[in-house]
Design a protein around this ligand. Sequence first.
Ligand code: ATP
Ligand code: MG
Length: 553
Amino acid sequence: MSDNSPVQHFIRAVIESDLKEGKHRSVLTRFPPEPNGYLHIGHAKSICLNFGLALDYQGACNLRFDDTNPEKESDEYAQSIQDDVRWLGFQWNGEVRWASDYFQSLYDYAETLIDKGLAYVCDLTFEEMRAYRGTLTEAGRNSPYRERSPAESLDLFRRMKAGEFADGSRTLRAKIDMASPNINLRDPVIYRIKRAHHIRTGDQWCIYPMYDYTHCISDALEGITHSLCTLEFEDHRPLYDWVLDRLGTPCHPQQIEFSRLELHYTVTSKRKLLQLVNQGLVSGWDDPRMPTIHGMRRRGYTPAGIREFARRIGISKSENVVDMAVLESAIRDDLESAVPRVMAVLNPLKVVLTNYEQGVTASRSAGFHPNHPEFGERDVPIHREIWIEQDDFAETPPLGWQRLTPGGEVRLRYSYVIRCDEVVKGANGEVAELRCSIDHDTLGKNPAGRKVKGVIHWLSAAHALATEVRLYDRLFTDPEPDGHKDRDFLEFLNPVSLKTVQGWVEACVVAAASETRYQFERLGYFCTDRHDHQPGAKPVFNRTVGLKDSWAK
Ligand code: ATP
Ligand code: MG
């Protein structure tokens, strides 16, 4: 189960052989998010991989923002990403790094490529460039500007930087091979003109380097040993290597690809998650239904549970579409022995204990966890009126029913056996109240001469605390909401993914801080809401996960 030992995989094998053969003396990885949204569970996989390897091999992992796309990036996103990495339990090496820290070096390297005749300024528009690029089956054609002299390109590139030309009117392109079967090598653009305010460099630059060009050089400048990325970058690796080889950088990191994580019943694309936020379909990036790290945190998922999930799914190059049940069981397994247990009633039915008698009927003290006496105890008070769950009572029970039924008996958890003597109906024939009697000879012992198998949770109505509880269901009704060609993923939104109920909980949670987790016995794991819960006020709980797998249907 969760023995926390690392699972062997092909990237670890590469690292171990590199260390053994002396190719590297230590490991330096990096996690390179673009600050254009909040991180999701897929990023958590990448974080656990990169930071986890650094820990396992006594190396280090840099946090580097890939901030080359100024229109989409913001400080809020950059801040949230740092919060997420720390919350997951990792610490990056030294200061946070930014690709924009290297804008000057990247620019200088571009001049070097031009000098060497390996890059040229191209005047084709983006549409023309696309037409010249060719297709998967057809070679591209050389740009008419390809044979420009290095001197002319250098002059134009400097004037691009100086702001002499309109956005999109010129680009700097690497001069590789327009006939390459790999389209990424057909003279890729490495700089574009874009007048956009940048979160860190402001209006200092009106040209921005492209991702592929930026990424390999940033890795090399930081001395990264292993540059781990998802499989869609496999076809970009020849470009990664081309740039570093041609520039002769002192360090040439090894790019290694692994498969992206996809989770059933949700989407892991920042663009789609942004759409949910912008259209108000969720309450924000940290809505507990979102697969974002902020959302999972607010829902009550634990860092250890998420790390354990990452360990269980492993690292490979084969498709990594995972069932939500795998994530939930990792969370559940972590919470099982980590959090105190209390009772709550979410769908209350009133029970009157007709033979309750002050002084005769005793309250009891109960431990917060059966295996952890160090969690302490609290008093579980009993009184004449109690709440039980509506579905713990059935007038006409199915076969094998062990809960309450007219004339039947059940044990109140930590308390007495009671018998249902009378069902009181409301105006519409609904069950309004039960009248039950206590067997006073059953506190802490079995009833004489008969077996009572059922045990239900309950609360003293006079002592319980009113609480708001938010019950979450899957956000989408389809396992692959974005996997349908002719249908928009939003068509599969689950209209009832959030249900808010007013219930009751033991008074001992009254002082709980926000983000406090409990097991509500027989109901699941719950966590006080980060934003809406205030200690001392009416508690607000989010259901983190049920006690059993509810995904298998
Ligand atoms: P999205 O497609 O959601 O916008 P992205 O890959 O563009 O994600 P980045 O900020 O560039 O987002 O990602 C940072 C790192 O996280 C990259 O190294 C990327 O490979 C990795 N990553 C992103 N999504 C996943 C995923 N689903 N599974 C594993 N790793 C991922
Ligand atoms: Mg990306």
